[in-house]
Design a protein around this ligand. Structure first.
Ligand SMILES: Cc1ncc(COP(=O)(O)O)c(C=O)c1O
Length: 374
């Protein structure tokens, strides 16, 4: 039987909570289940303010509005990331200044950031690739010295930590994804974390189409109206109800994913596949088992591995294509060569990792790779 790359896990409570949301008679956004999800994150991680969104893309777009990004502003981020990290700022006219990745990890190379700062730089966007933290002390220090904002793209980083601090809760703003490929999912979904209280009130207005409706529903004002720019960034209660069922099972999901990740690591380590590089988790970071990837030695080897797996009915996938070389941005990029980013574009392969992946299937995957690579 085919082993898919991903299979969204259902806890069995999703439909019960959706039915309950329907019976409560309010299925548009910011209702009972939205509040329950916000409280869950605030209590568990100490986040000051959370706003569920319809995607991480939306949460990132909200940050660009909140930070008043204007044409000509510059935003520094890794080239090895998803298009939404960049698009959110490009939509508001920003110029993206792409940084290279680390040699040992696909995350942004912190040591390369400072040289990219100009008088127009406004934001640094570290992306916690595979849920593994960037070195946030260094990034926050650079931001402080140059008076810049930090937006954490924590799309893959739920329940992961940097020196004990939850990811998404360190920069001025943080963004999560609950897309069906993530550890916790609701099909399409996301969340904005507001760590700097200066942005709390306005974030809620932008979230609610530029109106102060949220304050009205709390009884703080007697009528609501159009007070700022904004859009419809909040998900319906049907989505929040689904997500809440997942959140209740967060610990169970994480235990399972971590054990699968560990098994992959041990299997490859045991056979000492020197021709394949295993993921590195720096001392300051935790591993939330969002992804298990291998870094091949070249594109040819990776193509071969994906092909062999496919012939054995196993689906594996590569990941981002360096954004500075994308058809949309290549002519706008300043021409700097970003070797590490290109290396991960060419050589990184992600293996199946999902709650229901059986031990037998995991062995089948590792054995297929090991038998061809020794
Ligand atoms: C680093 C990163 N940022 C942002 C996103 C966008 O997330 P969403 O699909 O929830 O909009 C993704 C998608 O996987 C991602 O990998």
């Amino acid at each position: 039987m085919q082993i898919p790359f991903n299979k969204p896990y259902l806890t069995s409570k999703e439909l019960i909570y959706i039915k309950n949301a329907v019976s409560l008679g309010k299925i548009s956004g910011n209702g009972n289940y939205t509040q329950k999800c916000h409280e869950f994150f605030q209590n568990r991680y100490g986040f000051k303010k959370c706003l569920l969104t319809t995607s991480c893309t939306d949460a990132l777009e909200m940050t660009a509005i909140l930070l008043d990004i204007k044409p000509g502003d510059e935003v520094i981020m890794p080239a090895f990331t998803f298009v939404s990290t960049a698009n959110a700022f490009v939509l508001r006219g920003a110029k993206i200044v792409f940084a290279d990745s680390r040699t040992d990890h696909p995350g942004i190379d912190e040591s390369k950031i400072e040289a990219l700062i100009t008088s127009r730089t406004k934001v640094i966007v570290p992306v916690h690739y595979a849920g593994v933290a960037c070195d946030m002390d260094i990034i926050m220090d650079i931001a402080k010295r140059h008076n810049l904002f930090v937006v954490e793209d924590a799309a893959q980083a739920i329940d992961s930590f940097y020196k004990g601090k939850p990811l998404g809760g360190i920069g001025h703003l943080g963004c999560f994804s609950f897309h069906e490929t993530k550890n916790i999912q609701c099909g399409e979904g996301g969340m904005l974390i507001i760590n700097d209280e200066r942005f709390s009130k306005r974030a809620e207005i932008i979230w609610e189409k530029g109106t102060n409706r949220a304050a009205f529903f709390r009884g703080e004002i007697d009528k609501y109206g159009w007070v700022d720019i904004g859009s419809s960034f909040l998900p319906s209660e049907l989505i929040s109800a689904f997500l809440f069922a997942q959140l209740e099972n967060l610990d169970d999901i994480q235990v399972k994913r971590k054990s699968l990740w560990k098994k992959y690591f041990q299997n490859f380590e045991r056979y000492r596949i020197s021709r394949l590089n295993l993921p590195i988790i720096p001392d300051y970071a935790t591993n939330n088992a969002h992804m298990f990837y291998l870094v091949c030695n070249n594109l040819q080897q990776r193509t071969e591995i994906i092909k062999i797996l496919k012939e054995n009915d196993i689906l594996s996938v590569f990941h981002y294509l360096s954004l500075h070389k994308s058809p949309f941005y290549t002519t706008k990029h300043d021409g700097r060569v970003l070797n590490e980013s290109d290396k991960y574009s060419d050589t990184l392969v992600r293996l199946p990792l999902y709650y229901e992946l059986s031990a037998t299937d995991l062995e089948r995957i590792t054995n297929t790779i090991i038998s061809k690579s020794l």
